[in-house]
Ligand binder design. Structure first.
Ligand code: BG6
Length: 333
């Protein structure tokens, strides 16, 4: 898994190859009939499992904020067993590293029967069932992922999703300057991830505090809340420490009662428009004697003290910040 964490700059570079060029998306990457199919889409339904599901939760923000379309996200094991109302012109989008996850595959087959207009798969294995059974495909090029816990597949899924967000956004009023901003951030992403990987040492030091812990709480707001969920999942999967993620604004409605010095609270806190609100939530944690570990941008103004440690992840580029902030949480796990 550590090897695959370090492969992410290369994997992201490969996933972008031939798909962006001087500030623009090259739409041909979605296939010949993609343009016509995307012309008729005005909503997205994402179905996936595990870490791929978290990628979908992050993309929901991008489809809403950047592409101006409604996007709903559901785990495949729930989707396949309930009655559905299908709104027309909805694209059914599956996310999967393997392309063989039984629940996701079953969900796709059900979706086709339910009359979803078109199906789209973002996948890492070319000859998988999911790819063969979907109308449109955008391959992530992470190379074989051996680790059970998805890392490079997750970040390359998020890159592929941003490309699709641009393609859909073009049909729903996305300004060219917005497309240019996203593409420029994607273009410099491999280098940004290389910089974040330099945090391995300080994070390894930080991880020692978790050796005797049995619970951890991850907090985030907006698109960083699914990043917090992914960080909690990685900690559970790899270190067997119970961890859960909460939207930071929900802290007061329950979990705050559990916060004490024995339960580290990890906050995903880039300097975005929700930062001040997040800081207010973190003060609630400090007031209860909780120990805070904050992943943040240099420009976010957190002051370290004996109950607050800051890991500086670097400046915050809006569109790709969930991808950047996921990497330190992989290293922590
Ligand atoms: C789980 C893995 O078994 O399956 C996760 O541990 C993964 O890392 C999930 O996200 C879904 O797998 P896939 O191949 O559909 O992305």
């Amino acid at each position: 898994m550590q090897k695959e964490i370090y492969e992410q700059p290369k994997a992201i570079q490969a996933t972008l190859e031939g798909r962006i060029n001087n500030g623009r998306l090259l739409e041909e990457c979605f296939g010949a009939d993609a343009g016509e199919i995307l012309d008729g889409i005005d909503a997205i339904k994402i179905v996936a499992c595990g870490t791929s599901f978290h990628a979908g939760l992050i993309a929901k923000h991008g489809f809403g904020d950047l592409a101006n379309v409604l996007c709903s996200v559901e785990v495949a094991s729930e989707f396949r067993y309930r009655r559905h109302v299908v709104s027309k012109n909805t694209l059914f989008l599956t996310l999967s590293q393997s392309g063989e996850t039984a629940d996701t595959l079953a969900a796709l087959r059900i979706a086709k029967k339910l009359g979803y207009k078109h199906t789209f798969a973002i996948c890492n294995v070319q000859e998988s069932s999911l790819v063969l059974e979907s109308d449109l495909v955008l391959m992530t090029r992470g190379g074989p992922e051996i680790g059970v816990a998805s890392t490079k597949s997750f970040t390359t899924q998020l890159v592929a999703l941003l490309l699709l967000i641009i393609a859909v956004g073009r049909r729903h009023g996305m300004a060219e300057s917005t497309e240019k901003m996203i593409v420029e951030q994607l273009d410099s992403l491999p280098e940004r991830i290389e910089q974040v990987l330099l945090l391995d040492e300080p994070i390894a030091e930080l991880a020692k505090q978790f050796a005797d812990k049995h619970h951890a709480l991850f907090l985030g707001r907006g698109p960083q809340y699914p990043v917090a969920k992914e960080g909690a999942l990685k900690l559970k999967e790899i270190s067997y420490i119970h961890a859960e993620a909460y939207p930071a604004g929900e802290l007061k409605h329950g979990p705050l009662a559990l916060v004490d010095a024995k339960m580290p609270v990890i906050a995903v806190a880039p300097n975005d428009k929700l930062l001040e609100k997040l800081k207010a939530n973190l003060e609630e944690v400090s007031a209860r004697g909780g120990h805070l570990i904050v992943f943040s941008g240099i420009d976010a103004g957190f002051i370290e003290d004996e109950h607050l440690q800051v890991i500086h992840v670097g400046p915050t580029e809006q569109a790709v910040s969930p991808i950047i902030y996921s990497v330190p949480l992989q290293l922590l796990a």
